[in-house]
Design a protein around this ligand. Structure first.
Ligand code: NAD
Length: 487
């Protein structure tokens, strides 16, 4: 224990950066606050250009040896990191819940096991990664995925460790080194990940963690000439700034951004299933990029759909996310709560009707809200709220449903509830979205491509797509009898 160690729900968390295999403190700090009750968790090192440069330098220095490490050895270390995560699931879960307010039961049972799986999956995929050699007029073409170099990974607060490791694992598997910049509203589990990776034997400098405000250190990271890849998950305005900053070096970017995804409920749908899918959208207090926040319901069933939805949604229990019985926790930060409430106030002023909710509650909690009587071109239908606020619209025909579904600047996901497989095929083929779910929601396999269309993102990650992004993909063509004159 040092003066830089916090005890968070009984778990020791180092508040410093992790650079080149050492803990490094900044002179300044920022205050980390728990959304559960607004209490101060502690002071975290506030990175500057100095620590940022040191982290990139450490990643650069560690790159040649890690890139030259055999695939089997890289995979072994990634599995050891997964083992370390699994051993510490309880600790990671309670620290994450304290830091970002998402449900403890989800962290325990879903999120942290998935964090471990991120490492196992990309370790195993690396070993399978192959492309059959092929011939061109007797020449052999051989495709290889070569490590690219230091990667900067920048992540948001809504699912901190899950989203960080979904990038860290493939970047490391690919033979790259990493500088991870977690969000300033939820910095803690990234520090625990550094401990776990070091215990697992990951060499110094291969994973570096820099804490701090994106507005202060983001640019130094994303404009750095030694950085070979930038993967970012967050908001559209930040993505624009990063793209501008990366443009000088033409650094390849993967951008996973916001959404305003639709849930289409057709008259032939199983309404109970549709309502279950609808209520799920309050998960993580609505702070889920993939959430289907716009309900588009056939006008012939909207009354019954709404009746059943209200019954289920008003039965959800809102409260302390550490309580096993809680369904909806707090929102992350007073600023986010202000933003959510502003959206709702403006929507109501513009004529929207709150079917349920529509107001703040005590502390950092917002009442689960459904707004009806909303116009397609209104702010509440077009802009991402990132809180427990959903809208309800109706359609008369399938064509209208598809038109409304596609009529925002986003294209992250879409969910379709229908009992007709032919309709499902017709509709899904017309939806603009990186992921479409039919009669289900949030089923995610790591071998599937993941990303968004339009303003929801640039590029795809997942399975081989991740290696395509994190590697320099190379084709080597060898002449027939290529060695004849070279003996
Ligand atoms: P944000 O864009 O404000 O911040 C994300 C990260 O970027 C943080 O770590 C922040 O410090 C950093 N950052 C801020 N300014 C920066 C700069 N100039 N240069 C570099 N980095 C900078 O987003 P947020 O509010 O933390 O996250 C919510 C957003 O993330 C929502 O829009 C949500 O939809 C999106 N999101 C998308 C996905 C996805 O997979 N598509 C997943 C989760 C969240």
């Amino acid at each position: 224990m040092t003066e830089h160690t916090l005890t968070v729900a009984g778990v020791a968390v180092d508040t410093r950066h992790w650079i080149g295999g050492e803990r490094v403190a900044s002179l300044e700090t920022f205050t980390d606050v728990s959304p559960i009750d607004g209490s101060t968790i502690g002071e975290i090192s506030r990175g500057t250009a100095t620590e940022t440069a040191a982290a990139v330098a450490a990643a650069k220095a560690a790159f040649p040896a890690w890139a030259a490490t055999s695939r089997a050895e890289r995979a072994r270390i990634l599995h050891a990191i997964a083992d370390g995560v699994e051993k510490r699931i309880e600790e990671l879960a309670i620290v994450e819940t304290t830091d970002n307010g998402a449900l403890l039961r989800s962290h325990r049972r879903g999120v942290m096991p998935r964090v471990a799986h991120n490492f196992r999956f990309f370790a195993d995929w690396l070993l399978k990664l192959d492309h059959e050699d092929f011939e061109t007029r007797g020449h052999t073409n051989h495709v290889s995925w070569d490590p690219a170099g230091p990667c900067v990974l920048i992540t948001p607060w809504n699912a901190p460790l899950m989203l960080a490791t979904w990038k860290v694992a493939p970047a490391l598997a690919a033979g790259n080194t990493v500088v991870l910049k977690p969000a300033e509203w939820s910095p803690l589990t990234a520090s625990l990940l550094a401990d776990i990776a070091a215990e697992a034997g990951l060499p110094a400098g291969v994973l570096n963690v820099v804490q701090g405000y994106g507005s202060e250190i983001g640019d130094a990271l994303t404009s750095h000439p030694d950085v070979r890849r930038i993967s970012f998950t967050g908001s559209v305005p930040t993505a624009r700034r990063i793209a501008e900053s990366a443009a000088g070096n033409l650094t390849p970017l993967s951008l996973e951004l916001g959404g305003k995804s639709p849930l289409l409920v057709f008259a032939d749908a199983d309404l109970d299933l549709a309502v279950d899918l609808a209520v799920e959208q309050y998960d993580n207090a609505g702070q889920v990029c993939l959430a289907a926040t716009r309900f588009l319901v056939d006008e012939s069933v909207v009354e019954e759909f709404t009746r059943r939805f209200v019954l289920k949604a008003t039965a959800l229990r809102q409260g302390d996310p550490r309580d096993e019985a809680t369904d909806i926790g707090p929102n992350i930060h007073p600023r986010q709560l202000e933003k959510i409430d502003g959206f709702v106030r403006r929507a109501i002023a513009a004529g929207a009707r709150a079917v349920i909710g529509g107001h703040r509650k005590d502390g950092q909690y917002y009442a689960p809200t459904l707004l009806a009587d909303v116009a397609q071109d209104s702010e509440i239908v077009q802009e991402e709220v990132f809180g427990p606020v959903l809208t309800l619209q109706t359609f008369a025909t399938e064509e209208e449903a598809v038109r409304l579904a596609n009529d925002t600047r986003f294209g992250l996901a879409a969910t379709v509830a229908t009992g007709d497989p032919e309709r499902a095929e017709r509709v899904t083929s017309q939806l603009v979205a990186g992921t479409v779910w039919v009669n289900c929601f949030f089923v995610r396999d790591l071998q599937a491509p993941f990303g968004g269309s339009r303003h929801s993102g640039v590029g795809r990650e997942g399975g081989t797509w991740s290696f395509d992004f994190y590697c320099d993909v190379k084709n080597t063509v060898t002449a027939p009898n290529g060695w004849k004159n070279h003996g």
